[in-house]
Design a protein around this ligand. Structure first.
Ligand SMILES: Cc1ncc(COP(=O)(O)O)c(C=O)c1O
Length: 349
């Protein structure tokens, strides 16, 4: 007869994720199970090592700064060799979700743009006002493409950051305007992991809802999940794992009637769906034409064909965007930050 340990080890893959996490946490406290799991983990990692660390014995490894600086030619040669190896893995396609364009002349153009701007620092808009101009234009063009009359936003470093910024925005908006101190977000189980990350970082309770046979969120389940702590409902257009567009119309309308935020995650589809619609495809509504949609994440570094990593986060109104910003006014001014001890320690000239 199978004992409990063996039964759990054998069936863990069939249990729902939160149950697995709970069982795992408890099982790891049993020494025999811990050892068994560690052995399995080590075996798994050993199997993965050749594909994750293929360069281990082929190139020099530096764990410390080398005593003598390396020759630039040598570094370039090594990087060229790595690039050639890795390029062979995606040049023929088949890595959707990683490379979105890949055309040689387009890459060359992106590289030129990168080189021209490699020293610009958006934090210092007084020195590089071009970054402000570029950001304003990128946001405006993207908002326009997604029918956001009066919409605004910012450029971020990628889809995950756009999503996290939006979730932080809803948390702070709801605290300020509704006094919600135990915020919750509702997301379909297919929503991107970035929402779970935001939930953990910003202490917003995640409430997951199931999807139907077509991998689209169940609107009735969303309705049942709404409560007075709900600050935002999330839908994907489309979701990464299944490529399915959630019923954004029904979900966002539900949010609107309850004065809750609604975020469309169009990180993947934002630069495809508007054009597919113009080509005559039947694209369900997902953008600012739906009055309940209050923010959209859309990735320039995916089908916007920009280099990694940029994304756009759009808000329906400036009032909402205001909650995205972090402001502090207590950082001591430069005159006080230069510590006298450090100045005294500097070598005399
Ligand atoms: C639907 C969706 N949302 C969010 C993300 C996260 O974007 P990033 O990988 O740029 O952080 C992705 C990435 O593939 C995505 O497909």
């Amino acid at each position: 007869m199978m004992n409990l340990e063996d039964f759990l080890m054998k069936n863990i893959g069939k249990l729902p994720a939160p149950v697995v996490a709970w069982v795992e946490k408890r099982m790891k406290k049993i020494p025999s199970i811990r050892e068994k799991m560690d052995r399995e983990y080590d075996g798994l990692m050993a199997g993965l090592e050749p594909s994750l660390k293929p360069y281990k014995d082929r190139y020099p490894v530096f764990a410390k700064l080398p005593a003598r600086g390396r020759d630039r030619e040598e570094i370039l040669h090594e990087m060229e060799s790595l690039r050639a190896h890795e390029e062979s893995q995606w040049k023929d396609g088949f890595v959707s979700g990683a490379v979105y364009h890949g055309d040689e002349s387009h890459i060359e153009f992106l590289n030129q743009i990168y080189a021209l701007n490699s020293q610009s620092n958006p934090l210092h808009a007084d020195v590089w006002p071009s970054t402000t101009k570029f950001e304003a234009e990128i946001v405006s063009m993207t908002a326009n493409m997604l029918n956001g009359e009066g919409a605004c936003g910012t450029v971020s470093s990628g889809g995950t950051e756009s999503i996290m910024l939006a979730m932080k925005t809803y948390r702070d908006w709801a605290r300020d305007t509704k006094g919600i101190t135990r915020p919750e977000m509702i997301a379909p189980v297919t929503a991107h992991a970035a929402f779970d990350k935001a939930s953990q970082y910003f202490r917003i309770k995640m409430v997951k809802v199931p999807v139907d046979a077509d991998s689209r969120a169940d609107v009735n389940a969303v309705r049942r999940a709404v409560n007075r702590n709900t600050v935002v409902i999330v839908g994907s257009a489309p979701s990464f794992p299944h490529g399915a567009i959630d019923p954004i119309q029904g979900m966002s309308e539900l949010a609107r009637t309850r004065n809750i935020g609604f975020h469309t995650d169009a990180c993947l589809g934002g630069f495809v769906l508007p054009w597919a619609e113009r080509l005559g495809y039947n694209v369900p509504p997902f953008d600012f034409r739906l009055p309940g949609v209050t923010s959209i994440s859309v990735d320039t570094h995916k089908y916007g064909y920009a280099a990694k990593g940029t994304s756009v986060i759009l808000y329906r109104s400036k009032e909402l965007r205001h909650y995205q910003y972090y402001i502090t006014s207590e950082w001591p001014p430069a005159a006080c930050t230069s510590p006298p001890r450090l100045r005294a320690a500097a070598p005399a000239r």
